[in-house]
Design a protein around this ligand. Structure first.
Ligand SMILES: NC(=O)c1ccc[n+]([C@@H]2O[C@H](COP(=O)([O-])OP(=O)(O)OC[C@H]3O[C@@H](n4cnc5c(N)ncnc54)[C@H](OP(=O)(O)O)[C@@H]3O)[C@@H](O)[C@H]2O)c1
Length: 349
């Protein structure tokens, strides 16, 4: 990847691009496809010509102004803003100090999460700090690749390696993954973005997986390796399971505590969305470890994951695709729930 011809800033500074922006918080209708300035490239960054953009729940949380958080936690952002973190594309230019990536490299990234910056994903061009960048898995197209970054990094950082020493905003202590080999793991919300990757990581590590999702997800989840399937619309998993080693609850929230009683003493509950969990005393009484972390951008981990994706150890399932100009419709699709894998926006080249 040594760069021989250092072509810099091929896009003139004053050129505009198409982007989806919003000028106020609100529902999907606030998303507007319009011209926006191409952000200036800073040291340590490359500019990526975006081919596809993966959607994630923080996109709609930010669109609405994180209204589920207490007011003091809600973001103060300078409008207009651009949403999104997950991209797959081709490097179009590089800053002067970049050595490890070159113009023309096909790359993917989860850009600036959990921090916020002006250059974000729902756009034709995104400037990406190289520490958050990796070469894209060569055998996988941009649409599928764009579905991976946040969901896959979340599953990875919960289950395999946190990968950083930043303070954990969700609990006083660092999240520590637990060994998966030979364990029985229940994954709630197994058909979603994080869930379908968590299932495949657990199977790769030699765990037995009980997948919980709505009935329409059963065929896919069995194909991805689920040993057992529970349709939550018919059966409450917490009423029939016991002696589980690890519960990964991608739905999380206030109801996640119902899974404490199905865990073995010494077992773990990892709520991917832990806000609202209030059963710490019961967890302690039962000897269950409850732990969560917040996903962080990490190019090195995406590099390792590209190998697993290329070897098809982990598959990326696409729920639906929409052109960038139809980001609003993509958010309306997301609001209907029952997402299977990932929703992806495509950018005309
Ligand atoms: N900690 C972090 O850093 C981090 C990072 C990423 C995401 N998250 C959070 O993790 C959560 C999941 O994210 P995601 O991207 O995987 O979302 P997603 O793609 O929307 O997946 C959620 C899945 O849950 C299933 N589901 C809905 N209600 C359910 C229920 N009552 N019981 C079981 N399954 C149910 C849905 O399909 P069916 O109803 O058809 O089964 C869907 O497949 C979100 O709250 C997100 O904010 C946290």
């Amino acid at each position: 990847m040594q760069q021989s011809n250092k072509i810099k800033n091929m896009v003139e500074k004053d050129k505009t691009m198409k982007a989806v922006r919003q000028h106020e918080f609100g529902g999907p209708e606030v998303l507007v496809y319009e011209d926006a300035p191409i952000p200036e490239l800073n040291k340590g960054e490359v500019r990526v010509k975006v081919h596809a953009i993966g959607l994630n729940p923080p996109d709609w949380y930010l669109r609405e102004g994180y209204k589920m958080l207490p007011p003091e936690w809600q973001p103060k952002v300078p409008f207009p803003i651009i949403l999104g973190t997950d991209i797959s594309g081709v490097i179009e230019s590089v800053a002067d100090d970049i050595e490890d990536f070159s113009v023309g490299d096909e790359v993917y990234s989860m850009v600036r999460f959990p921090s916020y910056g002006p250059s974000r994903a729902y756009a034709e061009y995104v400037n990406v700090p190289v520490s958050e960048l990796a070469l894209k898995p060569a055998g996988i197209d941009h649409v599928h690749t764009a579905g991976a970054p946040m969901s896959l990094l979340t599953a990875w950082q919960f289950m395999i390696e946190v990968g950083h020493d930043e303070p954990n905003p969700l609990q006083p202590n660092k999240h520590v993954p637990v060994p998966l080999e030979g364990k029985t793991i229940m994954i709630n919300g197994a058909g979603g973005g994080v869930g379908h990757f968590a299932l495949q990581i657990a199977k790769w590590k030699g765990a037995k997986v009980i997948a919980v999702a709505s009935g329409r997800q059963e065929e896919l989840l069995r194909e991805l390796g689920a040993d057992e399937f529970i349709d939550y619309t018919k059966t409450n998993a917490d009423e029939i399971l016991k002696d589980i080693d690890l519960v990964i609850d991608t739905v999380g929230g206030a109801n996640t505590g119902r899974f404490l009683k199905i865990l073995k003493p010494g077992g773990s509950l990892f709520p991917i969305f832990p806000l609202g969990f209030s059963d710490r005393d019961e967890a302690e009484k039962l000897g269950v470890n409850v732990s969560a972390t917040q996903v962080r951008s990490d190019g090195k981990q995406l590099s390792e994951l590209a190998a697993l994706l290329d070897q098809e150890i982990i598959r990326i399932v696409i729920d639906s695709t929409f052109p960038l100009a139809q980001a609003r419709q993509a958010h309306e699709r997301a609001a209907l729930g029952h997402i299977q894998g990932k929703i992806v926006l495509t950018v005309d080249q």
